[in-house]
Design a protein around this ligand. Structure first.
Ligand SMILES: Cc1cc2nc3c(=O)[nH]c(=O)nc-3n(C[C@H](O)[C@H](O)[C@H](O)COP(=O)(O)OP(=O)(O)OC[C@H]3O[C@@H](n4cnc5c(N)ncnc54)[C@H](O)[C@@H]3O)c2cc1C
Length: 447
């Protein structure tokens, strides 16, 4: 009997999902290869369009792709990864729906677990800030903005109204700037069209950047241009400044300024999940695992890491690749090739090297800024390039259709200002599980 090779992918984000698609094709005619993927959500989230969910431009379901629809010949486990044992070749997972623990073994392991929000030990900020990482975060921000409108529309106290209508975003990388661009448009248009009693003069939008200019990834020229555009659109861009404290109704900056506001959105840094940062292998001080040129761990040649959770050095510049979706996608191509090479011996191992052709970001309605093949571009043309590129990269035709429909609807109609309240959850802890998985009968018995 030929030996079965088990490939286990951890993480259903950009790295994990692209790898899944590639290796399903590569191993299509290899019946002895078993592929499994574990991720805590049962969908892939297309983050570049997440800020558009917070502004109500698109719907959450437009950018969430069910992982099962992408599993052509792979097993999917919706679960949280709680432990990785590189010596025993075991991964312990906790199932999302009932909290039960089980272990999965593997011959080849690929870790693409991304990152989470880093508050740099500012506990008060962590307690009071919204973040922009998950689809729930984006919905929560949308709800918060609508909530502020409804409250501000009913108060005659001007100071309180101003506080309700002050929105502060900390962090001026892609996520922070795109979020500010989106919510600035939503707030200003909604007050003009639907909340005349609030008064546009009471709106205040603040973007806090720790560096001299925003979007440092795009260089100083475009970063300064982007800052200039946001200022013209009414955003108070505060550079060379950090937020160091926050409360229910304020944000304290390290330049001594205290912003009176009810809404703080933190997009200022990432950190690595302890399941990765505590692994027994080489790490960077950020907690990322270090991998070699074939994207494998040094002492574990059957283990690969990619995406935000891996430290991968660009052989041409000696610098680490930044945490972007683009890099994760390209790294997944190298991992797919190297897995195929190791399992079948039909190809050679490939070293990872990738030079980005461009970067771009939106700044609000119909405005973006981009560097493509070294050429700088801004305004409506950049916005068109952004939309075309990111729409084309969205997995699945039906999702592309949904997003395009939402964008067209936005050109024709005003934004939806519905407050989607808290969703009631049904606990499944009472379900009595027999054996490994519950039967349908058991599953519904106690509900
Ligand atoms: C708002 C926003 C906008 C962005 N815009 C852009 C952009 O325009 N262009 C760009 O290139 N990049 C952008 N990025 C960055 C990009 O999203 C990341 O660099 C990319 O997602 C990293 O891919 P990954 O596979 O490493 O991780 P992710 O895509 O984050 O995937 C990690 C996966 O692992 C799962 N996971 C994590 N921990 C566990 C666990 N313990 N157990 C089970 N599952 C787990 C997660 O649920 C997720 O499915 C943006 C990010 C954000 C937040």
């Amino acid at each position: 009997m030929p030996q079965i090779k088990r490939i286990l992918i951890l993480g259903g984000g950009f790295g994990g999902i692209n790898l899944l698609k590639l290796i399903q094709k590569k191993f299509k005619n290899e019946p002895n290869v078993r592929i499994s993927l574990v991720s805590k959500d049962n969908y892939f989230l297309y983050t570049p369009m997440l800020p558009q969910v917070s502004s109500g431009l698109i719907h959450p379901s437009d950018i969430t792709i069910p992982i099962r629809k992408l599993c052509k010949q792979a097993e999917f486990y919706q679960a949280t990864i709680s432990l990785i044992d590189l010596e025993q070749k075991l991964v312990t997972i906790t199932r999302t729906f009932d909290g039960k623990v089980r272990a999965l073994d593997y011959d080849y392991l690929i870790m693409s677990l991304g990152s989470s929000t880093n508050f740099f030990d500012y506990k008060n900020i962590e307690e009071h800030a919204f973040v922009m990482k998950t689809v729930e975060d984006a919905i929560a921000i949308h709800n918060q903005i609508i909530n502020m409108f409804e409250n501000a529309a009913q108060t005659s106290d001007v100071n309180f109204k101003k506080k309700l209508m002050t929105f502060t975003v900390v962090g001026a990388g892609f996520a922070g700037v795109e979020t500010m661009g989106e919510i600035n448009y939503l707030v200003r248009e909604s007050v003009k069209n639907f909340y005349p009693s609030i008064g546009e003069e009471n709106i205040s939008m603040n973007l806090i950047a720790s560096e001299e200019f925003i979007l440092p990834e795009l260089g100083s020229k475009l970063g300064k241009d982007a800052g200039e555009y946001l200022r013209k659109s009414g955003v108070n861009v505060i550079t060379n400044t950090k937020a160091i404290d926050a409360g229910e109704d304020f944000v304290q900056l390290d330049n001594g300024e205290k912003i009176s506001c009810m809404t703080l959105i933190w997009a200022a840094g990432i950190k690595i999940d302890p399941v990765i940062s505590l692994l027994k292998c080489d790490h960077h001080k950020s907690g990322k695992v270090k991998v070699g040129k074939y994207l494998r761990l040094t002492n574990h040649e059957n283990v690969f890491a990619l995406g935000d959770c891996a430290l991968i050095t660009n052989p041409l510049t000696g610098q680490a690749y930044p945490p972007t979706a683009q890099n994760s996608i390209h790294q997944s191509k190298t991992v797919a090739n190297n897995l195929y090479s190791m399992i079948t011996g039909k190809t050679k191992l490939k070293e990872f090297s990738f030079e980005s052709k461009g970067m771009m970001t939106t700044l609000g309605r119909r405005v973006a800024i981009a560097v493509v093949y070294g050429l700088h571009c801004k305004g409506s043309l950049a916005w068109l390039i952004w939309r075309t590129y990111y729409l084309s990269k969205l997995p699945m035709h039906e999702k592309r259709f949904q997003v395009a429909t939402s964008w067209i609807a936005d050109l024709l109609f005003k934004r939806d200002l519905t407050f989607v309240g808290k969703i009631k959850k049904k606990s499944l802890t009472k379900v009595n599980i027999k054996g490994d998985m519950p039967s349908i009968k058991d599953f519904f018995k106690d509900l």
